[in-house]
Design a protein around this ligand. Structure first.
Ligand code: HEM
Length: 388
């Protein structure tokens, strides 16, 4: 494995050509037994790019606006009924951050992207299926796709049961037994590849599993870190509360519902999320298999030797954007959690953000619409290039 660090290193792997580097060859033995066949890393890159275009249809402004009130209700119900936190009894309370955020994320995802049937099925059986599937994402699975061990058998049984569960939802909707809603299942069910091949029900169910797993760990880890940092910084909690009072507060001390549109005005909240992703990018190592020899540019190897190194075909190239996200040569006070750095319009964070997703950054269409390439930014919590 060759680890290529810094914006230039990230560009080498994440900005590499499909003929040179492959995510599917690096991940498929880990992800396919969990997600299922035919989607994501068990198909050619061109199909994954089209699948991402389909997923984008479920994440339009209109879709996100319709999810916001559902998420708001799930969250307030969860605080009141599960945690016993109401305006009248606000605490103090000892709560385990990762446990409660994992629960809250699956409830909100269940009610919005995943759809009402998934939300209604969030019971002990679903939790145990999820846990068995999740048990397929360990370093051991990375090394050995199949071993005669109980965790592998549990993974395979859970994959089949989860996939059948989604198939059943699709069948019931088609037969008119349940009313479809605007969620990812509805969006994906009508999708057709460029060559006219429709997504099969099995493809849809495997994509739903992929989305469930992709969103769950990343979002619950990030929001848990946010809670832990806030616990250290009562001043930021106070500022955040003031921001929410300003945007949603009524005269009588109650609060109006948060809408998707209004989240865009929550500048401190956004800065907190950005800063937390800077220090705790949930995906710390990003792998590509090398398909044809990559000469390492002189600027990355020793300046005195021009392209002295070659990363050979068959090896892996690893990116770790978290390294440049915490590089003291780039970020002032790099290791300190300081959300306010994102509010300084002339600071390093503002230019990193612009390089990552700004209008002046290089735009590319990999097959799922124009996106910023972002490979040269020192800030890449969602990766960069075509797999962003
Ligand atoms: C804090 C939240 C999240 C973070 C930090 C995050 C991070 C990432 C990163 C770094 C990659 C690129 C991996 C690579 O290049 O090999 C990725 C890929 C992906 N993510 Fe996320 N993610 C988050 C949330 C989500 C959510 C909510 C979904 C689904 C709704 C999702 C779906 C995906 C999918 C489908 C891919 C594969 C895309 C591809 O390989 O082209 N992620 N994510």
């Amino acid at each position: 494995m060759t680890v290529a660090l810094g914006p230039k290193g990230n560009n080498l792997s994440l900005g590499g050509k499909v003929s040179q580097v492959s995510a599917e060859d690096a991940y498929t033995h880990l992800t396919t037994p969990v997600f299922g066949k035919g989607v994501v890393y068990d198909c050619p890159n061109d199909l994954l790019m089209q699948q991402k275009k389909f997923i984008k249809h479920g994440l339009t402004t209109e879709a996100l606006s319709s999810y916001a009130p559902l998420m708001y209700k799930e969250a307030t119900d969860f605080f009141e009924h599960e945690l016993g936190l109401t305006p009248a009894t606000p605490g103090p309370k000892k709560l385990e951050a990762l446990k409660i955020m994992s629960e809250l994320i699956i409830l909100t995802a269940g009610r919005s992207l995943q759809g009402k049937e998934v939300r209604a099925s969030l019971n002990a059986r679903f939790a145990s299926l999820y846990e068995d599937l999740d048990g397929g994402f360990t370093p051991l699975n990375f090394m050995f796709p199949n071993l005669p061990l109980p965790s592998y058998r549990r993974r395979d049984r859970a994959q089949k049961e989860m996939s059948d569960f989604y198939l059943d939802i699709i069948r019931k909707r088609r037969e008119g037994e349940t009313e479809p809603e605007h969620d990812m299942i509805s969006v994906l069910s009508g999708c057709v590849y460029r060559d006219g091949t429709p997504l099969t029900d099995r493809d849809v169910s495997h994509m739903m599993i992929a989305i469930l797993m992709a969103g769950q760990h990343t979002s619950s880890a990030t929001s848990s870190w946010i809670l832990l940092h806030l616990a250290h910084r009562p001043d930021v909690v106070e500022a955040l509360y003031e921001e929410q009072k300003k945007l949603f507060g009524n005269q009588d001390g109650t609060f109006r519902e948060v809408t998707y549109e209004s989240t865009k005005q929550m500048t401190l909240m956004e800065a907190i999320i950005r800063e937390t992703l800077r220090l705790h990018a949930p995906i710390h190592s990003i792998y590509r298999k090398v398909l044809s020899d990559i000469p390492v540019p002189a600027s990355l190897s020793s300046p005195s030797e021009s392209s002295a190194y070659v990363i050979p075909e068959g090896h892996f190239i690893v990116a770790a954007p978290g390294v440049s996200q915490m590089d003291p040569l780039i970020w002032p006070d790099a290791k300190t959690w300081n959300p306010y750095r994102w509010l300084d319009e002339k600071g390093v964070a503002a230019s990193a953000k612009e390089q990552y997703s700004g209008a002046t950054s290089e735009q590319v269409d990999y097959g799922f619409g124009q996106v910023s390439k972002g490979t040269e930014s020192p800030y890449q919590p969602f990766g960069a290039g075509r797999h962003r």
